[in-house]
Design a protein around this ligand. Structure first.
Ligand SMILES: *Cc1c(COP(=O)(O)O)cnc(C)c1O
Length: 219
């Protein structure tokens, strides 16, 4: 199937429940344009400089999602246009995003990345770190960021039970926070979980945003 057909099929399958972010990090510009021509606007990339090049090559109404590990010294490249940063996992990074957003006179939307997988290598906060960050007295002063939810990646395994359990755990944390008191610049409305190999489990567990690359661009 073509990229355009894949986009349309995924959108039909997801319906209104979950937003599709087309992860274009391994794809040629031509392929991204094909997805755009099929009406798609949300794209995800994981390298700040590649993303900035690509953003300049694509129409202005494309929405760019940053999904990879973000170094503080790269925030300035993406601050002028980024739509949502999925991978915030420290107060120091949040402070840098706030500073660069202020320079651009913008508010930047962020998700806090949670470590839910069993692999050591994946970035993200554990529950104690999340609690600490959200209760930091410095957080409310960051008026140019808006935390709108959480992101997590499940263990890279074919064991469906493990994947489902990890996504369910993240959803439980998300729901717990939604019901509690949150600072003015924090909201729990977006739960970014699910990739090509595990989006069905993620959606079943309450994902509101899936990040799909290979199943669209090589599928
Ligand atoms: C690459 C990547 C994806 C997409 O992965 P696919 O398996 O190609 O769908 C999703 N999320 C993150 C954080 C990624 O780095």
């Amino acid at each position: 199937m073509s990229i355009g057909e894949n986009i349309i099929r995924f959108k039909q399958q997801l319906g209104k429940g979950a937003t599709l972010v087309a992860v274009s990090k391994y794809s040629l510009l031509e392929s991204v344009k094909e997805a755009y021509e099929a009406g798609h606007r949300d794209f995800g990339e994981n390298k700040a400089q590649d993303l900035t090049t690509r953003q300049a090559e694509m129409p202005d109404d494309a929405r760019w999602h940053f999904i990879g590990h973000l170094q503080r010294n790269k925030v300035k490249y993406i601050a002028p246009y980024i739509h949502l940063i999925h991978s915030v996992d420290s107060m120091r990074l949040l402070e840098e995003i706030d500073k660069q957003a202020a320079k651009c006179e913008r508010t930047i939307n962020c998700l806090l990345q949670m470590h839910i997988a069993s692999e050591e290598s994946k970035f993200g906060l554990d529950e104690a770190e999340l609690t600490e960050l959200l209760s930091s007295p410095d957080l409310p002063a960051l008026t140019h960021i808006h935390i709108e939810g959480l992101m997590g990646m499940a263990t890279n395994t074919t064991n469906q039970e493990i994947i489902t359990k990890e996504f369910a755990g993240l959803k439980r944390i998300f729901d717990g926070l939604s019901q509690g008191h949150l600072p003015a610049n924090v909201e729990m409305k977006t739960l970014s979980m699910g990739m090509s190999s595990d989006y069905e489990q993620a959606v079943a567990q309450g994902s509101t945003m899936v990040r799909i690359g290979s199943a669209i661009f090589n599928g």
